[in-house]
Design a protein around this ligand. Structure first.
Ligand code: NDP
Length: 488
């Protein structure tokens, strides 16, 4: 995927390839620093055109009024086509965000599975009859909202895009997807594949471009009826303000600074692997990364030594090489951001126990590589412990008492995820219930199922994606009363 194609890839508007009127975007392969692809980008005029196409397709109603089992048939076909194209999609994502090919392949398969899941949910969706208090039938129906804007980040674009497209379409909406400017490739490719599975033109549109030139006019557009956003908390807050002004629903999956807790009675071998994968899988570029580690003091030194040993065995290398555990960070700019946080941690008195620098020599010289980094000696109020680094940086802290631990673990603006390791079931349950997080893992970490709701508390977001209720996120509830007076 390293040779950049001649013609920049177009936008997708109204079921057709459309010329974007903005500047050409270049996707940079972070493993090599070379341009991997070029993309046309949209302007606010293209946003208008896409919203118009979406609105007209919704008004026309060929998708919205399909019976759920008919929509499900199209979504099953989309799943089949995504699975068929999974190797191309995996290579594409790898060339744009540097994620290990192994993981990109798993994410492409998961994207197909997400469409299958929501096809099943679509086919089995039900309305409800409520208990009447008079001479009428009262019922609830769940209707599509209209034109929905879906905005996704660069870290796992395929996963996020499938997670938003499948339920929003299952609900009968028309959608406009705005992928990250760093990784526009998978969104455009998925968009084309899903359209070709049998969507009416205009039901699914994809606009590549930047947050300011495309994302902002999209969320402000008067005909957009809902926004589903995954990304950073600052952007999410800005979008929520606009949604509040416009009084439209918004779903926000935002950042995290998740506490990962190891009690002295934990199964240490499993906990080391769980904590290690919790932060260094995807090199910490994951909203659920377990980036603050709390270890009960009697186990602290031995556990941290095991982690350092493990970090020194992690093999960085080209993401396509099956012997590489991890590739580069997703972009050169992002690596600089990670480096600034490590410098800040050092200045705040942190001791770098592993990593803390770029690896040297081939094949690292031209890529955005960064070593897995473990830091101790900070307190929970240091900036490296409070702010989302979104990189391979683990801050470790000892704790003495459960109550103090819970206070520290919850002393964060975020509330996305948390993990804990102990053999004591009662303690596990007690602590899990006290942690302020949308997902808590006990004796495991980063297990995620499309069938289980996902989302954040506090500044980690609003609303829950995934699970059967994930389709409801994209619907409006309507109550209907049908009089029985005088017979029907
Ligand atoms: P950003 O918030 O910068 O961007 C996310 C998306 O929003 C991109 O498509 C971006 O476009 C777009 N965007 C940026 N500014 C605006 C705006 N003013 N209006 C509308 N859209 C805008 O996040 P990143 O892409 O940097 O992603 C990393 C962040 O995502 C991390 O903080 C991470 O925690 C979070 N995240 C959360 C997840 C969750 O499920 N909770 C999952 C994965 C990531 P562009 O990039 O083109 O400028």
């Amino acid at each position: 995927m390293n040779a950049a194609p001649e013609a920049p890839a177009p936008l997708l508007i109204g079921g057709e390839a459309a010329k974007g009127h903005g500047p050409i975007l270049e996707a940079i392969d972070p493993a090599t620093g070379r341009v991997s692809a070029r993309y046309q980008s949209a302007t606010s005029a293209d946003v208008d055109a896409a919203v118009k196409a979406a609105r007209e397709s919704f008004a026309h109603g060929t998708w919205r009024t399909k019976r759920p089992h008919e929509r499900a048939t199209v979504l099953f076909e989309a799943a089949r086509r995504i699975a068929e194209a999974s190797e191309t999609l995996a290579q594409l994502q790898m060339s744009q965000n540097g994620k290990a090919l192994r993981e990109c392949r798993a994410q492409a398969k998961a994207a197909a599975a997400t469409f299958r899941y929501f096809a099943s949910v679509c086919e089995t969706m039900e309305g409800e009859l409520t208990t009447p208090r008079g001479d009428y039938l009262s019922m609830i129906v769940h209707e599509p909202i209209g034109v929905v804007a879906l905005i996704t980040p660069w870290n796992s674009p395929m996963t996020m895009e499938a997670q938003k497209l499948a339920p929003a379409l299952a609900a009968g909406n028309s959608v406009i997807l705005k992928p990250s400017e760093i990784t526009p490739g998978t969104g455009l490719a998925l968009g084309r594949i899903v359209c070709e599975a049998g969507l009416t033109p205009g039901v699914l549109n994809v606009l590549s471009g930047t947050g300011l030139t495309v994302g902002d006019p999209l969320v402000r557009h008067k005909d957009v009826g809902m926004i589903s956003f995954t990304g950073g908390t600052a952007t999410g807050r800005a979008i929520a303000r606009i949604a509040a002004e416009r009084l439209i629903p918004v779903a926000l999956e935002l950042g995290g600074k998740s506490p990962h807790i190891v009690f002295a009675d934990a199964d240490v071998d499993r906990a080391v692997e769980g904590v290690f994968g919790g932060i260094f899988d995807a090199l910490g570029q994951s909203c659920v990364a377990g980036s603050r580690l709390f270890v009960e003091r009697p186990l602290y030194r031995a556990f941290v030594d095991r982690l350092i040993e493990r970090a020194n065995t992690l093999k960085l290398g080209p993401p396509a090489d099956p012997t590489s555990d991890q590739g580069p960070l997703a972009s050169f700019g992002h690596r600089e951001r990670v480096e600034r946080y490590v410098a800040l941690a050092r200045a705040d008195g942190g001791r770098v126990l592993a990593g803390g620098e770029r690896p040297s020599g081939a094949p690292f010289d031209h890529g955005a590589y960064y070593q897995p980094t473990i830091i101790d000696g900070l307190t929970n109020d240091a900036r490296a412990c409070r702010e989302e680094i979104f990189g391979p940086v683990l801050c470790v802290l000892p704790f003495d008492h459960e109550s103090d631990l819970i206070e520290q673990a919850n002393d964060t603006a975020y509330g996305l995820a948390a993990g804990l390791w102990t053999r004591d079931v009662a303690k596990a349950w007690r602590v899990a219930r006290r942690l302020e997080a949308g997902t808590v893992w006990i004796n495991t970490y980063r297990e995620l199922s499309i069938a289980t709701p996902f989302g954040g508390m506090k500044e980690s977001g609003l609303g829950r994606e995934k699970g059967r209720q994930g389709v409801r996120l994209y619907t409006a509830t309507k109550s209907i009363y049908l009089s029985l007076a005088g017979g029907i």
